[in-house]
Design a protein around this ligand. Sequence first.
Ligand code: AMP
Ligand code: MG
Length: 324
Amino acid sequence: MIVLGLEGTAHTLGVGLNDGKFNVLADVRKSYAPKKGGIHPRDSSQHMVDNMRPALDAALEQAKLTMEDVDLIAFSQGPGLGPCLRTIATAARTLSLAYHKPVIGVNHCIAHIEVGNVLSGFKDPLVLYVSGANSQVIKLKDGRYRVFGETLDVGIGNMLDKFGREAGLSHPAGPKIEELARNGKNFIELPYVVKGTDLSFSGMLTAALQKFEKGVPLEDLCYSIQEISFAMLCEVTERALAHVKAKEVILTGGVGNNKRLQEMVRLVAEEHNAKFSFPAKYMGDNGVMIAMLGLKMHDAGVRMGIEDTVVKQSQRTDDIEVVW
Ligand code: AMP
Ligand code: MG
């Protein structure tokens, strides 16, 4: 069985293929980088329109397959930016109808979790999911991925990207902040806001920008933003971990590429005698994770008609019944 996965919730058009046993056959990503400012939904969806055909061709070429060989088409149904989601859903429906293949819409956030599960072999982990728009601590309980804690305002990635943009770094700023942070020497105090297992990053963003305006060195700010925001993430992860007594911890999502965050979350897991893993090649948005979740759902008997493929811009992680 060959599964095609189409990702396109925000910035990256991803096309992935697997062999029906979670072995990756192709991984093609085309990321949209705004010339200035942040992600513009209309421009990003146009990027997806322009790149869909070449990305699909490249993925099939990588796997040495044709569309006739594909047995299932999975796509990211939500959450995400409306114009991007609609573009990807339209492509998925078109391929499904043109080639008479079943189509399945998957939740993007759960795909970030499941790729971690597949690659680590973990069965019941606590998950720290950190991306542009999302920052959540999640654990499967009673058939749903329950959100134990999350950001009350901006996602950690958006906070990093917004700070970077105002400080003159190009989008996405997360990786550049990681670089600059290595040369930070002085710890600058910034608001640390944790409420139970929830987080807030907007105060930190405002304070860091004010300090930048006043001439505090960018490297010091990058270093301090990372130390403080990552400590907040670790605090809520640890609180949830102590509560649910999980034996496995997974870090996933684009911000999880950050080496310092990986190091800090690993320490939290070790303190609690839990195993730690992250899907290293698949942290940021990609089609591989969409194909993996599509396969899991299909194996569990989930089927969708075209009428079920309407996009769900605000779909939540805990909206989905985990039947696989
Ligand atoms: P995603 O939507 O899961 O692809 O995640 C995208 C987010 O990850 C963006 O906000 C990026 O700035 C952020 N990101 C990617 N790499 C890093 C990194 N090395 N350190 C911090 N943030 C990162
Ligand atoms: Mg994502």
